[in-house]
Ligand binder design. Structure first.
Ligand code: FMN
Length: 223
């Protein structure tokens, strides 16, 4: 990890998709609208919840989407840049989310097209190792796990000493997801582990795809 200031390289971002295995678009129906709450109340009420009950995939996906949905996706000169509720160095938004639960197909949120994708597991042993790690860290969380994976290829291209930008972006995503969860009366807790096994489980190996955290999401179960 570099502690040296990042500097722009002057390069331009490239559009490169992540190589998910057999992605299939799934249509989720977001039925009831989340309750209207004052932002100040959401901010003050937010706490980490470690006793978590299972929510529906739609409820979890709504929190992920509220956090990572792009209001603007750049083309031409702005290729590779996005604007979202969450902030990001260079508007590159390297952090992606995958929703995971035992015995269910992983669900990826594709922020370029605002679409959820069901994907296949490449390495079942790594997938099991990921689930075991999460269950060990938060044994009372019976919700979904959301793995945060950074595609650092463009950040690296555009900035020297780029690593700290990626980590700061990941922190911003975790904070906004915590607030989005609270706004929707959902339970949320970050995990200290990075969830590295999930990258091996779902994607071909490359050092530029980095695990940057895992969070638990579900219904509040009282703690
Ligand atoms: C990066 C990060 C990792 C965390 N890892 C864990 C964890 O592994 N287990 C846990 O119970 N809480 C974890 N937390 C939650 C913190 O313990 C919690 O935010 C802190 O105690 C403050 O409490 P609050 O979130 O309820 O305000 C983590 C928080 C962050 C930001």
């Amino acid at each position: 990890m570099s502690h040296t200031d990042p500097e722009p390289t002057g390069d331009k971002p490239l559009s490169k998709r992540l190589e998910w295995l057999e992605p299939r678009a799934i249509d989720l129906v977001f039925r009831s609208a989340p309750p209207e709450k004052l932002f100040a109340n959401v901010v003050r009420a937010r706490r980490s919840h470690r006793f978590i009950a299972t929510a529906s995939l739609e409820e979890v996906a709504r929190v992920v989407r509220e956090t990572l949905k792009a209001d603007f996706v750049g083309h031409g000169e702005k290729q590779g840049r996005k604007l979202k509720a969450v902030l990001s160095a260079g508007a590159l938004h390297p952090v992606k989310a995958v929703i995971l639960r035992r015995n269910q197909a992983p669900i990826v949120y594709d922020d370029s097209v605002d679409q959820f994708l069901s994907v296949h597991v490449r390495d079942a042993v790594a997938f099991e190792a990921f689930l075991r790690t999460c269950e060990t860290v938060l044994p009372d969380a019976n919700g979904h796990w959301v793995a945060l994976i950074a595609d650092s290829r463009n950040v690296r291209r555009l900035y020297s000493n780029h690593e700290s930008l990626v980590w700061r972006d990941a922190g911003a995503v975790i904070q906004l997801m915590a607030l989005s969860a609270e706004a929707q009366e959902m339970a949320f807790c970050p995990l200290g582990v990075l969830g590295g096994e999930i990258v091996a489980a779902l994607l071909p190996g490359t050092p530029e795809i980095i695990p940057v955290g895992v969070v638990a999401l579900g219904r509040k179960a009282g703690d």
